[in-house]
Ligand binder design. Structure first.
Ligand code: Q46
Ligand code: ZN
Ligand code: ZN
Length: 318
């Protein structure tokens, strides 16, 4: 197969776009498409101060790379979660993030959950949920808390994540299967800072398939952590991705139209996905000050206080 632009050997064929490209033309295309998405969805501009949440994986490092290539002012944020099951996932991914930042002369904030909160995500889960669940719920609320806090405290205008179309389509699929109307109403690649205390969040890669972000990272020589988080194994989102990929094989473009038609429907049929339902009144958490619907402490502070109490009790009893 030949590149549509220059007739050299193509390295990727994107069936949903009926477009095959060579390495150089693919990198150009990918960069231009990202810029178009940023403009079209009014994500940010060259004056914006951007914070990119990096995990050390291909998508987040690739989005940081493209923003840097396009001349945006983008710093990184790495959150060390203390995930060490089977292999040193957190340690390796921090190293990859630091190496990337150093190579390109970029600034990386590093937050270490164990140092800050006194326990890793895994320990907190074992203590608060007695190891019955995967650490993903504690992990999710902790990451959201740090991204928001570092973003606001650092004076950033927007937080960027590397989510791609496969991620978004899988979330949409799960939310639709369960008719989670509230989640459907909120799902969007640009989340405005709707209430005071929240930073705006955007996903400039939301129109790319995962194989395209992987190809970009590979062709640009980005050294990223290849392994998934060990707790991702068996996650529902991975199963939904597999189902969607299976359908995509028969109908190229299905994932793309599933998600883009959802965004269009949201815009046109506001009553179907009402986002004007009265919002829950949010108060400032008594401890950390971040917005919460809880009367006293937010979920983050409650989880980590409980972790510290149980840890201290275990140490006393030992
Ligand atoms: S939530 Fe769960 Fe992820 Fe956290 S514990 Fe790993 S799989 S990293 S996106
Ligand atoms: Zn070419
Ligand atoms: Zn709090």
């Amino acid at each position: 197969m030949k590149c549509r632009q220059c007739s050299q050997k193509a390295v990727i064929n994107m069936r949903q776009h009926k477009l095959a490209l060579c390495s150089n033309h693919f990198i150009d295309w990918f960069t231009i498409q990202t810029q178009r998405t940023i403009h079209r969805y009014r994500m940010f501009n060259t004056d914006s101060r951007i914070l990119v949440a990096v995990s050390g994986g291909k998508d987040s490092l690739a989005v940081w790379d493209v923003l840097h290539q396009l001349g945006y002012q983008a710093d990184g944020l790495y959150i060390h979660l203390g995930i060490e099951k089977d292999f040193h996932y957190s340690q390796i991914s921090q190293q990859k993030s630091e190496d990337f930042a150093n190579k390109h002369g970029l600034y990386l904030h590093i937050e270490n959950v164990k140092k800050n909160e006194g326990a890793s995500i895994t320990e907190a889960t074992n203590l608060t949920l007695r190891g019955r669940n995967k650490p993903c719920s504690v992990c999710g609320l902790t990451k959201r808390h740090y991204m928001n806090r570092v973003g606001l405290q650092g004076g950033y205008d927007v937080l960027v994540t590397g989510h791609n179309l496969d991620d978004e389509a899988a979330v949409l699929f799960g939310n639709s299967l369960n008719w989670q109307v509230g989640y459907l109403a909120r799902q969007h690649p640009v989340l405005e800072a709707s209430s005071k205390g929240f930073i705006q969040r955007t996903k400039p890669f939301f129109r790319f398939y995962e194989r395209e972000t992987a190809a970009y990272a590979f062709l640009r020589g980005i050294d990223y952590v290849q392994e998934e988080c060990p707790y991702a194994i068996g996650a529902k989102s991975i199963y939904y991705k597999e189902v969607l990929n299976h359908m995509e094989l028969k109908r190229p473009g299905l994932k793309q139209s599933f998600f883009l038609a959802f965004l269009k429907a949201k815009q046109e049929e506001r009553l179907l996905f009402r986002d004007d339902v009265p919002k829950e009144e949010l108060k400032a958490c008594k401890k950390c000050g971040q917005p919460t619907s809880a009367p006293d402490l937010c979920a983050f502070c409650r989880t980590w206080e409980k972790t510290r109490d149980l840890r201290a009790k275990n140490l006393r009893d030992a």
